[in-house]
Design a protein around this ligand. Structure first.
Ligand SMILES: Cc1cc2nc3c(=O)[nH]c(=O)nc-3n(C[C@H](O)[C@H](O)[C@H](O)COP(=O)(O)OP(=O)(O)OC[C@H]3O[C@@H](n4cnc5c(N)ncnc54)[C@H](O)[C@@H]3O)c2cc1C
Length: 389
């Protein structure tokens, strides 16, 4: 029996290695279009490869997999983050879990993962053909099983599939351009905040980074993932609301009132509530109180307190475009999950044709979740093919 794995990326290698281990008699070939395999693994996680996550801080899967959480819940019973951790460690790759629950190779070098995949394919006898772009399934008529692991789809690639099997691809995990000179002057400021798209339920929290073109950081990247399709439909021009305190309005106003009592004689900029970074506090004071930004705390009237509360909890901006996040980038959309069997990932239309990795309409937020989806779906396909031999 022969299996063709189309695409020599994370999912393709993981699938081929596991399949060959489960089925040593199977002839397994990886067909890779470019001259280099595992190119994304190499650059992943800033060259360190954030290969999975401990999931310790994940309360519900939808918060980390906006697309594909139901399917992954099912497939994690077969192969989850603990299995992935063991898989790598049992093969000699020591892993470390950071404080933020992201898992990396102890070497802090993505090449460690690549070396493991290459040595495992050699050991097991998986054939690798590079410079081999598959343009039609007809080319693969010699193979008994075909696994498509070609990664995030571009719009032009969608024409290779029937329209009803495709969820149109759009980018996910990007930063927001915001044309506000005074905000951009705060470049480098990081603060725990929450951000939302007004009028929707889409909101995210976490560290927010102000950059020289707008906003970035885990909070914004998560929001870009939740709102990937909506933002695309609006050509990346939508309002954004930031809560710089992560507190409710009444809690913020209470704290401001206590500052008014405690520091009545002190100037507003000299006493910072909520541990706000000084430059951000000065900016928010100017934005809400203009000429009164240096007034004493005790002189604030109710209207001014309301304006300050509002800016701290619902500071609105206009998103004026997106910029790629160089550390991670994925595609929302791809092969519709309704087009595959949810246990085996076999095409409902073409028996013996399987899909794994980012080509599927599954994507996660940053933190090792995208590689975990690649390992899990690849393992499920390997198991399904092996079960037929
Ligand atoms: C800069 C960057 C950093 C990232 N960092 C992380 C991270 O730290 N942690 C994390 O979890 N995720 C990260 N990701 C996301 C992660 O890399 C992807 O989710 C993952 O690589 C998907 O694996 P895949 O095998 O499905 O696709 P890919 O890794 O994209 O592999 C697909 C392969 O298929 C080949 N191919 C395509 N079409 C054909 C064809 N017709 N014939 C033959 N071959 C073909 C491609 O050349 C490619 O080699 C990062 C992504 C980027 C871009």
């Amino acid at each position: 029996m022969k299996t063709a794995v189309v695409g020599g990326g994370a999912a393709g290698f993981f699938l081929a290695i596991n399949l060959k281990e489960m089925c040593p008699q199977m002839d397994v070939t990886i067909l890779e279009a470019s001259h280099h395999v595992l190119a994304k693994v190499k650059i992943s996680g800033g060259g360190r490869c954030n290969c999975t996550n401990s999931f310790e801080e994940v309360k519900d899967l939808q918060s980390v997999y906006p697309r594909g959480h139901r399917l992954l819940k099912r497939l994690f019973k077969q192969f989850n983050h603990r299995d992935a951790y063991e898989w790598f460690e049992n093969r000699g790759v020591k892993l470390v879990t950071q404080e933020d629950q992201c898992v990396f190779p102890q070497s802090q070098d993505s090449q460690t993962i690549i070396n493991l995949f290459l040595s495992e394919t050699r050991r097991l006898g998986v054939t690798i053909k590079t410079g081999y772009r598959v343009s039609s399934l007809d080319e693969l008529s010699d193979y008994d099983f075909i696994a498509i692991t070609t990664g995030g789809m571009s719009k032009s690639q969608t024409s290779n599939f029937k329209p009803q099997t495709i969820i149109p691809p759009v980018p996910s995990l990007f930063t927001f351009n915001i044309e506000d000179k005074a905000l951009r002057d705060l470049m480098g400021t990081v603060i725990e905040a929450s951000a939302m798209i007004p009028g929707t339920k889409m909101r995210a929290s976490g560290p927010l980074l102000i950059t020289h073109w707008g906003m970035s950081g885990p909070c914004i990247l998560r929001l870009s993932s939740y709102a990937a399709r909506l933002l695309s439909e609006h050509n990346y021009q939508m309002p954004l609301s930031v809560n710089w305190t992560q507190l409710k309005e009444n809690e913020v106003q209470e704290e401001l009132l206590s500052f008014c009592r405690q520091y009545a004689q002190k100037q507003l900029p000299s006493m910072r509530p909520f541990d706000l970074p000084q430059r951000l506090w000065n900016y928010l004071l100017e934005k809400s109180l203009q000429g009164r930004a240096h007034a004493p705390w005790g002189s604030l009237n109710q209207k001014e307190l309301n304006r300050l509360t509002n800016i701290l909890t619902n500071d609105t901006y206009e998103i004026a475009g997106r910029a790629p996040f160089k550390d991670e980038f994925v595609t929302c959309g791809g092969i519709s999950l309704s087009a595959v069997n949810p246990s085996t990932l076999e095409s409902r239309e073409h028996p013996h044709l399987y899909f794994a990795g980012e080509v599927l309409d599954i994507d996660g937020v940053t933190g090792g979740f995208n590689f975990q989806a690649a390992w899990t779906t690849a393992y499920a396909v390997a198991t399904a093919i092996a079960a037929q031999n």
